[in-house]
Design a protein around this ligand. Structure first.
Ligand code: MN
Ligand code: MN
Length: 268
């Protein structure tokens, strides 16, 4: 199955600092860098147009309707039969994306890599806050299962929310158990939401919210390779190019794109 890549340059729902709207451009630049490698670790030519099509950026207006525009653009791709690979933007992009995914794949299961659970019921009186997408998704029943990996910025409220929604939550030192939970998902549609701050800042310094003690790139790749079922969609979010060092984080994101394209192509 072919992957359609969609940029979502949207960071107005970030809580403390902005800059993630520039993420898609930086990831594309790293992806098509002539000095880079086109292949996934399994030797799929991820940049071949039969594998990956770039659908450009969602045409946002800066207005209230932007969430609906994101949902509509994602729906178009999925409804056309391609798999969706969205580039954020901050993590607020995931709720409108999942609205599209769930309308075609009700009860989709989500694997979510992040330092933060992003389950706040109310953060700064903004229901679309990048700290809340998974609260919106779970309270509306858009996903039947949520596995969070890399979590290390919990609070009593967030722990309560995780219990309320039956979330399976794993800290970075529980990576072995996390991989087993991912493998146990079995057949059926799966979606991967990848916040780059789930990685240790040593590997991914180009993010706004540093939480040391995170996942290695290898551990994150092993999560991708452990995904069972049909990977119908994914997002890579929270890259802030203005905080990156030598494009290291953009390069990590480009590697994730190649592995996700290969994963979407090989098992459908
Ligand atoms: Mn997040
Ligand atoms: Mn995060």
């Amino acid at each position: 199955m072919r992957t359609s890549m969609l940029g979502v340059c949207w960071d107005v729902h970030s809580s403390h600092a902005h800059g993630a709207a520039l993420g898609p451009g930086a990831i594309r630049q790293a992806l098509w860098d002539e000095a880079g490698n086109r292949y996934s670790l399994s030797l799929v030519d991820a940049l071949d147009t039969s594998m990956l099509v770039d659908r450009g950026d969602v045409a946002l207006t800066g207005g209230e309707g932007d969430a609906d525009l994101i949902t509509a653009a994602a729906f178009d791709i999925l409804d056309g039969g391609d798999q969706l690979l969205a580039l954020g933007g901050d993590h607020a992009v995931t709720y409108p994306l999942i609205r599209a995914v769930a309308s075609l794949y009700p009860g989709v299961r989500i694997v979510h890599i992040d330092a933060h659970p992003d389950l706040y019921h109310d953060f700064g009186a903004d229901p679309l806050s990048h700290a809340s997408p998974f609260a919106r998704i779970m309270e509306q029943g858009l996903a039947s299962q949520l596995i969070q990996i890399g979590i290390r910025a919990d609070t009593p409220h967030l722990r309560e929310q995780a219990q309320r929604f039956g979330v399976q939550s794993f800290s970075p030192d529980q990576i072995g158990r996390a991989l087993a939970a991912v493998a146990a998902l079995g057949d059926g549609p799966v979606y991967l939401s990848f916040d780059l701050d789930g990685l240790d800042p040593a590997f991914a310094p180009g993010v706004n919210h540093y939480e040391p003690g995170g996942l290695t790139v290898r551990e994150a790749l092993s999560v991708i390779h452990a995904l069972p079922g049909r990977l119908v969609g994914a997002d890579i979010v929270e890259l802030v190019p203005g905080r990156d060092l030598q494009n290291a984080t953009a390069k990590v994101a480009a590697r994730l794109v190649k592995e996700l394209v290969a994963r979407m192509a090989l098992r459908d």
